[in-house]
Design a protein around this ligand. Structure first.
Ligand code: CA
Length: 219
């Protein structure tokens, strides 16, 4: 899953980025409203963590522009503990949820998981399909109830496919889940991690759709 962190405070930004990457999210960090706007126009994200008080362009302005473009990426706004008015304005401008600063890391991560779950159209916290189950909160994977150890990047390619059985994801879309801007991408990275997943979970779970990408069949 690829996240955009919008935060102008260097210390907070570094700390949150570290937490997100430790949880194996591919995360990009921008420090002002103009850069956030630019990133949101050019890149595909699964979720945005948006501070509202930003230089150059206010967070609310960025959010309104995003929704005016009919971009429905989940947005979690960050506000000060006592700033009830900001939370209301954020939600009314199209945010899906809010977190208060200073962050409680566990709460932040739980809200991110909940939003990602809802945006994938699921209520239940665990992905389960064809005997394979993934729990994003504990990062436990099982096949027919037996635990399997997946690397962070194997998880990153499997999760979006398992979240939407029957939907084809292109190699480019899967690359976006794997890497943030600063990572070097080898041209066969997606194939490598798909291969790893197949070795661990069975060769026929993920199907290659020639010329299009990959999918996990519905049935
Ligand atoms: Ca700020």
């Amino acid at each position: 899953m690829r996240l955009l962190l919008v935060e102008d405070d260097a210390m907070i930004g570094e700390a949150v980025l570290h937490v997100l990457r430790t949880e194996h999210y591919a995360a990009d960090w921008v420090r002002d409203g103009s850069m956030a706007d630019e990133a949101l126009r050019t890149e595909q994200y699964d979720l945005v963590l948006l501070d509202l008080g930003l230089p150059k362009r206010d967070g609310l302005e960025v959010l309104r522009a995003l929704r005016a473009r009919r971009n429905s990426v989940p947005v979690l706004v960050a506000t000060a503990r006592d700033a009830v008015g900001d939370r209301i304005a954020g939600l009314d401008a199209g945010a899906d949820d809010y977190v208060v600063k200073p962050y409680d890391t566990d709460e932040l991560l739980a809200r991110i998981r909940a939003l990602l779950r809802r945006s994938a159209g699921r209520g239940e916290p665990v992905f389960e399909h064809k005997g394979v189950s993934l729990n994003p909160a504990t990062r436990e994977a099982t096949v027919q109830g037996t635990p399997v150890s997946l690397s962070a990047r194997e998880w990153a390619v499997l999760e979006p496919l398992l979240a939407r059985p029957g939907v084809v994801l292109t190699r480019g879309q899967l690359e976006e889940k794997l890497f943030s801007w600063k990572d070097d991408i080898s041209s066969n990275a997606v194939e490598v991690y798909i291969h790893g997943v197949r070795k661990k979970l069975g060769a026929d779970l993920i199907q290659t759709v020639r010329g299009l990408g990959y999918l996990i069949p519905k049935q």
